[in-house]
Design a protein around this ligand. Sequence first.
Ligand SMILES: [Zn+2]
Ligand SMILES: [Zn+2]
Length: 146
Amino acid sequence: MLPLTVRIIHSVTYYAKDASAPVDGRERERQMSYPPGIDPAAVPSGPGCADCEEQGGWWFHLRRCTQCGHIGCCDSSPSQHASAHAAATGHPFVRSFEPGEDWFWNYATEEYYDGPMLAPPQHHPLSQPVPGPAGRVPAGWEDRLH
Ligand SMILES: [Zn+2]
Ligand SMILES: [Zn+2]
């Protein structure tokens, strides 16, 4: 009898300690609140499409990967870097990085999603033109959209 009682008390103490640990509690709450692929703490990679900036390209609208913060260009843009990022990494969600837009898109289910507030900034700088960036958008860009 005595050894069993001692074991039970030890177990209860162990789990009670574990549940009250603040870091574990926050982590558990974060994982329960959002589906995989959405990390509200992920910061945007920059003001423009990360891949277009690297390649000297231009974009129409911008999308933000909600898992790692990668900024990519939309599917109407010549290079469609946001979709390419999702396909290459398996990161399923983007949120619009356009001023006044807060919708999420899930590439895996091809559905819009109502997601949480993300780390700032919420959109590209208002001074940045659409399409962008300034100086790299060709004449007749409308004809080059997808
Ligand atoms: Zn791009
Ligand atoms: Zn990503």
